[in-house]
Write a protein that binds this ligand. Structure first.
Ligand code: ADP
Length: 186
């Protein structure tokens, strides 16, 4: 099963993604994790990406598209994957569509985790990651609203979008996600 998981920063996507990849046979492709690993390893790409990440901005599309193109070619992705944090812009979504069309492996579903913006700020401010200062949090919420939220319409137009309520207990939210993905699991 090939799934795109979309949600604003602080929505709890990472937590749900971990549980979903334990439940279904699919690789977990978190671009945030990949970029943090590259940054910590001090690779050229990682150091370049860090300048954007620490400001709450999206890293340039060409960097992230190259990373994902390489990752999708790896054998474990043949069983399906959960894309967590990608695509985040329309340009990234178009690049993904082109890659998937070439392999003849279309997406099954795009799952949106919905959380109101007031709630997100509270959650992010309480989390204490290095990129979680108030100004950086604000910037990341703006990036989501302006650059990523347009994907909802994009995938809605492709009839791939399914949205679930991201308020409630971790388990309640997981059950909502599972109810959607069960429709597509083989
Ligand atoms: P969040 O906690 O905001 O969901 P992630 O852990 O997914 O964040 O990503 C952390 C940072 O990595 C983002 O703020 C952004 O700078 C960068 N990043 C991750 N994925 C992408 C992407 N697809 N395009 C551009 N930048 C990305």
């Amino acid at each position: 099963m090939r799934v795109v998981f979309i949600g604003p920063p602080g929505a709890g996507k990472g937590t749900q993604a971990e549980r979903l990849v334990e439940t279904y046979t699919m690789a977990h492709l978190s671009t945030g994790d990949m970029l943090r690993a590259a940054r910590d390893a001090k690779t050229e790409v990682g150091l370049k990406a860090d300048r954007y990440m620490s400001a709450g901005q999206l890293v340039p599309d060409e960097i992230i598209v190259a990373i994902i193109a390489g990752r999708l070619g790896q054998p474990d992705c043949g069983q399906g994957y959960l894309l967590d944090g990608f695509p985040r812009t329309i340009a990234q979504a178009e690049s993904l569509d082109a890659m998937l069309a070439e392999k003849d492996t279309p997406l099954h579903v795009v799952l949106e985790l919905q959380v109101p913006e007031e709630e997100l700020f509270e959650r992010l401010a309480g989390r204490g990651r290095a990129d979680d200062t108030p100004e950086v949090i604000r910037q990341r919420l703006v990036a989501y609203r302006e650059q990523t939220a347009p994907l909802l319409k994009y995938y809605g137009g492709q009839e791939l979008l399914r949205s679930i309520d991201g308020l409630g207990s971790i388990d309640e939210i997981f059950q909502r996600a599972k109810a959607v993905l069960d429709e597509f699991a083989d």
